[in-house]
Design a protein around this ligand. Structure first.
Ligand code: GAR
Length: 188
């Protein structure tokens, strides 16, 4: 089984969906560790509860991005990680990690890329007044949400949709699409 590291910065509902899929034998990977860059993020609690090693690596504690990513790389190598899944990791991956994991890093993003890359994709889509948005899973390259698309699913934006209601709809799709896509990528 592939040894996977999950990177997250926040709530960790996608981490949870991936973990649940492993428990339910829908996804056949070993979740070796979680890397989190934000003190207090709820994903830290979730990982502890699942008994998955979790490392809070705070960029503020390092003099440079290279030093920060080298600290992460050290963990990845210690766990012999094969593959990285970004799940709400709100930071660009730099060359230190990219060069060691070329085409072995994927990300989930709450829009139909290339539309609405970057921060607050859900807010961006509402502001733009589009009738549909969605979820994208893509390979990570040096750009901001620019890597090759692997899977996409559309979500309709209803009349009077709020950010909260749209986020809920998007996350329902994410929680099913991410484990499914990882299984296809890593086990077929
Ligand atoms: C997810 O909706 C994910 O698509 C988004 O952050 C959320 C994290 O939720 N990612 C990005 O916006 C990346 N640019 P979670 O912490 O509950 O999994």
């Amino acid at each position: 089984m592939k040894k996977v590291a999950i990177f997250a910065s926040g709530n960790g509902s996608n981490f949870q969906a991936i973990t649940d899929a492993v428990h339910n034998q829908k996804l056949h990977i070993h979740i070796s560790c979680v890397i989190c860059d934000r003190p207090g993020a709820f994903v830290l609690e979730r990982a502890k509860k699942e008994n998955i090693p979790v490392f809070l690596i705070n960029p503020k504690s390092y003099p440079s991005k290279i030093a920060y990513e080298s600290a992460i790389l050290e963990k990845l190598q210690a766990f012999q990680i094969d593959f990285i899944a970004l799940a709400g990791y709100m930071r660009l991956i730099g060359p230190t990690i990219l060069n060691s994991y070329e085409r072995k890093i994927v990300n989930i993003h709450p829009s139909l890329l290339p539309a609405f890359p970057g921060l607050d994709a859900i807010g961006q889509s509402l502001k733009a007044g589009v009738k549909e948005t969605g979820v994208t899973i893509h390979y990570v390259d040096e750009g901001m949400d620019t890597g090759q698309v692997i899977a996409q699913q559309t979500v309709e934006i209803a009349e009077g949709e709020t950010k909260e209601s749209l986020q809920k709809k998007i996350q329902v799709i994410e929680h099913q699409l991410y484990p499914e896509t990882l299984e296809k990528l890593l086990n077929s």
